[in-house]
Design a protein around this ligand. Structure first.
Ligand code: DGJ
Length: 542
C-alpha cells in the first residue's frame, strides 16, 4: 500500500528549473507537487536533518570522520561539508579528487546524505579558499577595490577570468561527482560559494565595476522588475518608487541611494549564476546559496553584507540567478521565525542552511519543518567539540533530543507537508507558558510548558510537533509540555482520550512501546525525556 502511494507521488512531480538534461528520475532534484516543493532523492521526498562541519574540517579525512561521528550522535541523516577550491585544484587544471571521494565514501559508511559547499571564489566575501595561483595573479584575477581605490582581499565579481577559472573547477567537480556517485546519490545538494557578498564596501569600485556602474542596468533585469513590480520586497519597491519607477538611465538614475547595493546584487548574482550554470551542465542536482542576514544595528549596505540575497535585494537574485534553486538563510538572530518566514515563499522553499548551535535555536527545527514546510535544517559547526563551550554542549544536547524524535517521523512529515496537518510547538519568549494551536475540525490543542522561557543561552527550551493523522488521531512528539484537546463546539469541554501510546515508527508502521493511561484529556510529554506519542481521541460527542 505504502509502495503504491510513494510511486504515485514520484510520478506526479514535475521537475523544476532550467536544466535541460535528460535525467535519471532517481537523481536528487526539486519538484513541484501542485501544492509545494519537495526535495526528491531516489524518487522519494527527503527531509534534511543535518549539521555543518567547521569551515576547515575537510582538509583531511580523519577530521571528516569526527564530523560524521558527531552527526551520528545527534541522529542526523545528512552532513554538510565544504570543498575547498585551493585543495581541489592546487595547480591550474590539475585536480585532486581524493578528499571529495573520501568524504563521499565516509558519508556512505555512516548512511548519511551529503550537501557539499563549494568554497570557490568567495567565502563570506573573501578569497581565502581560492588557490595560490589565483591569489598571486592580481592582474588576471583582479580584486574588489574600495571607494578610495585600495585593493581588497576579494576577487571582483566583474573578473571574467576568475569566473572562467571557477567555472572550470566547479564543472570538473560536478562531472566527477556525477561519475563517482551515479549509483548511490549520496550527494543531494550543492551550495555555490558561501555567503557571497561585499563588505565593508557597498559595491566594488574597481575600474571595470566603475565603468559598468556608469552604464545602464541590463534590459532583462529591468523587464523582470517591471513585470514583478507589485510583488517586490518593500526596500527595493520604495527606493525605485522615489525615482518614479524609472527604467532608463544609469544605476543611480533608476535606483537612487540604493544603486550600489542593487548593483552589487546584480554583479554577484550574475557571477554565481555563471558558476551554477557551468555545474548544472555536468550534474543538475539542486543548487542553493546561503545568505548572511542583516543584523540589528547595521544601518547601510557594506555595514551589512552588501549584494547578498537579503530582504533588500532578494528580487535582483530572483531575476538573475536562474540556475539557483533555493535561496537559503543563515539565521543567527533571535527572531528566527520572522527571518525564516521571509525565505518561505511560493517561489522559494525554506532550507535553513545555517543556524547557531545553542538551546535557544534548537526547537526552531520544529518551526522549520512543521510551521513552514521547510526541506531541511542544518546548524553550523557540529564538530566545535563538546568539551570547551557549555553553550555548544547544551546546544548539541538539545539538537540530539529534537532530532531523536524527528528522525523516525520524517516519512510522515514528508507526506504531510503543505496539508495544514503539521503544527510546531515552541516555548516562545513572547508567549511564555502556553500556546493555543487550532487543529481544524473544531478542535484546539492547548499546550502548557513545564518550564518558563528563560533568557539564558544555556537554558533548555521545550518544543515539539503535533501531526494530525485524522480528526481523532494525532502524533505528539517532543518534550517538556502537556496538551489538552479543547472541543470548540457544544458545551465547553476537552475531548477525552481513548488511548495514548508511546512508541516510534518504522517507515510508516507504528510500533507501540508503552500504553499510557493518563487523565481523561491530558497528554503529558516529560521534561528532558523526548518521546513520541500517538493519541486517539473520542470525538463521538462532536
Ligand atoms: C557564517 C559562515 O557562513 C560560516 O561558514 C561560518 O563562518 C559561520 N558564519 C561562523 O559563525
Amino acid at each position: 500500500m505504502n509502495r503504491v502511494i510513494v510511486l504515485y507521488v514520484a510520478l506526479s512531480f514535475v521537475p523544476l528549473g532550467a536544466a535541460a538534461q535528460i535525467q535519471d528520475a532517481r537523481i536528487p532534484r526539486l519538484a513541484q507537487d501542485g501544492e509545494g516543493t519537495q526535495l526528491l532523492v531516489d524518487g522519494s521526498p527527503f527531509i534534511i536533518l543535518g549539521a555543518q562541519s567547521e569551515n576547515t574540517s575537510a582538509s583531511n579525512l580523519e577530521d571528516v570522520e569526527v564530523v560524521y561521528r558527531d552527526l551520528d550522535a545527534v541522529h542526523a541523516n545528512s552532513a554538510t561539508i565544504p570543498i575547498s577550491w585551493s585543495l581541489l585544484e592546487p595547480e591550474p587544471g590539475k585536480f585532486d579528487f581524493h578528499l571529495v571521494d573520501g568524504i563521499i565514501e565516509g558519508a556512505r559508511r555512516h548512511h548519511l546524505k551529503l550537501i557539499l559547499l563549494w568554497f570557490g571564489t568567495s567565502k563570506n566575501g573573501l578569497m581565502g579558499f581560492t588557490p595560490d595561483w589565483i591569489k598571486t595573479d592580481r592582474t588576471t584575477y583582479f580584486r574588489v577595490h574600495d571607494a578610495r581605490g585600495d585593493e581588497q582581499y576579494a576577487i571582483s565579481p566583474l573578473s571574467t577570468a576568475a569566473l572562467k577559472a571557477d567555472q572550470r573547477a566547479f564543472s570538473a567537480l560536478m562531472s566527477h561527482i556525477r561519475e563517482f556517485d551515479q549509483r548511490d546519490h549520496t550527494v543531494i545538494m550543492m551550495q555555490i560559494e558561501n555567503e557571497d557578498c561585499l563588505y565593508p564596501e557597498d559595491r566594488d569600485y574597481s575600474a571595470a565595476a566603475n565603468r559598468t556602474f556608469a552604464g545602464q542596468p541590463p534590459s532583462e533585469l529591468m523587464s523582470y522588475l517591471v513585470k514583478h513590480r507589485e510583488g517586490l520586497t518593500p526596500a527595493l519597491q520604495s527606493a525605485w518608487k522615489l525615482t518614479g519607477y524609472r527604467t532608463t538611465g544609469n544605476w543611480t538614475d533608476i535606483f537612487g541611494d540604493m544603486a550600489p547595493e542593487v548593483f552589487s546584487a546584480w554583479t554577484i548574482s550574475s557571477y554565481i549564476d555563471g558558476v551554477a550554470e557551468a555545474g548544472k551542465a555536468q550534474y543538475a542536482i539542486p543548487y542553493y546559496i546561503n545568505v548572511p542576514l542583516i543584523n540589528t544595528g547595521q544601518v547601510r549596505a557594506g555595514d551589512w553584507p552588501s549584494g547578498t540575497a537579503n530582504s533588500q535585494v532578494f528580487d535582483i537574485w530572483k531575476a538573475t540567478a536562474k540556475h539557483i534553486d533555493i535561496i537559503a538563510p543563515d539565521i543567527y538572530r533571535i527572531d528566527f521565525p520572522e527571518q525564516a518566514a521571509f525565505y518561505n515563499r511560493p517561489d522559494n522553499v525554506l532550507f535553513v542552511a545555517e543556524v547557531g548551535i545553542a538551546p535557544y535555536y534548537a526547537p526552531y527545527v520544529f518551526t522549520t519543518l512543521a510551521g513552514m514546510n521547510g526541506i531541511g535544517y542544518t546548524p553550523f559547526g557540529i564538530d566545535h567539540g563538546y568539551e570547551y563551550d557549555s553553550v555548544l554542549n547544551a546546544g548539541q544536547t538539545a539538537l540530539e533530543e529534537n532530532f531523536r524524535v524527528l528522525r523516525p517521523l520524517l516519512p510522515i512529515i514528508a507526506r504531510n507537508r503543505y496539508r495544514g496537518t503539521l503544527f510546531p510547538i515552541v516555548l516562545d519568549m513572547y508567549r511564555h507558558e502556553s500556546l493555543a494551536i487550532p487543529l481544524g475540525d473544531s478542535l484546539t490543542a492547548v499546550v502548557h510548558f513545564d518550564e518558563k522561557f528563560v533568557a539564558d543561552t544555556e537554558a533548555h527550551r521545550g518544543g515539539g510537533i503535533i501531526i494530525k493523522l485524522a480528526a481523532d488521531r494525532f502524533i505528539i512528539a517532543g518534550e517538556g509540555f502537556h496538551v489538552n484537546f479543547a472541543e470548540l463546539k457544544g458545551l465547553p469541554r476537552d475531548a477525552e482520550c481513548l488511548s495514548v501510546e508511546e512508541g516510534t515508527f518504522d517507515g510508516e508502521n507504528w510500533i507501540t512501546k508503552r500504553v499510557i493511561t493518563g487523565d481523561r484529556g491530558n497528554v503529558s510529554l516529560r521534561l528532558h525525556q523526548p518521546s513520541i506519542l500517538q493519541v486517539h481521541l473520542d470525538r463521538t460527542l462532536n
